[in-house]
Write a new protein. Structure first.
Length: 224
């Protein structure tokens, strides 16, 4: 006896859903046990698989949200399906105790820490202290302002996890801005400047999310 294709698909989906829910429950248990007992009471955890539309990243991520009664919350993401997650993987990626303590008090805390995230980011074309010109207006000729790179891989409080601007720039007119992409249409060397030797080309291999100064969010797919 042969089942119609739609029945086979339904059965497969049902089996996958059971496996998924079982994995969610196991991840919640492991995560709860990693939270110190002194701040564990009242904590809520939510585990979900999130589909990634980027062909360069894992097709399915597992997101773990941790919510404390005081209002503090945080999230960690694992680049794999829930059933692939192990206790060791969670331990390697779980927030540190001081981060959990801050969340338990309703305070904000970065996770993963900035140094962990920036260590995985590619080299940029301009060093801190280098003189550059930034596009600040619509005119292709006059819409540029001179300044100095103040920081690489800049981010602001409240930006989504993994969201960076390649540069923070101190303009000569006293303003501080950030460049949403490391491309010549946004930021370029002043005439006497030069690119740092060994830096990646304008476009690199990875994919990152950048905020632009108008408050929108866009993705830049970088290719080697």
């Amino acid at each position: 006896m042969f089942l119609p294709d739609n029945m086979r698909d339904s059965n497969a989906e049902a089996v996958a859903e059971v496996r998924r829910k079982k994995a969610y429950a196991q991840i919640e248990q492991w995560s709860t046990e990693l939270i110190p007992k002194t701040i564990r009471e009242g904590v809520q955890l939510s585990v979900q698989e999130v589909q990634c539309g980027d062909p360069d990243c894992s097709p399915i991520d597992t997101a773990i949200a941790i919510m404390f009664p005081a209002g503090g919350r945080g999230m960690m993401g694992l680049p794999m399906e829930a059933h692939e997650v192990t206790i060791d993987i969670i331990k390697e990626n779980f927030p540190y105790g001081d981060v959990l303590e801050k969340w338990s008090k309703g305070e904000e805390a970065e996770w993963p820490p900035m140094d962990m995230m920036t260590d995985q980011l590619p080299d940029l074309r301009f060093d801190v202290g280098q003189k550059v010109e930034c596009r600040v207006g619509p005119d292709e000729v006059t819409g540029w302002a001179k300044g100095t790179v103040a920081q690489q891989w800049y981010r602001e409080q409240g930006w989504a996890e993994g969201s960076f601007a390649p540069y923070k720039i101190d303009l000569d007119d006293g303003r501080a801005i950030f460049a949403p992409g490391d491309v010549d249409m946004v930021i370029r060397a002043q005439k006497k400047g030069r690119l740092r030797e060994g830096a990646l080309p304008t476009l690199a291999k990875h994919r990152y999310r950048y905020y632009i100064s108008f408050g929108h969010l866009f993705d830049v797919s970088l290719k080697s």
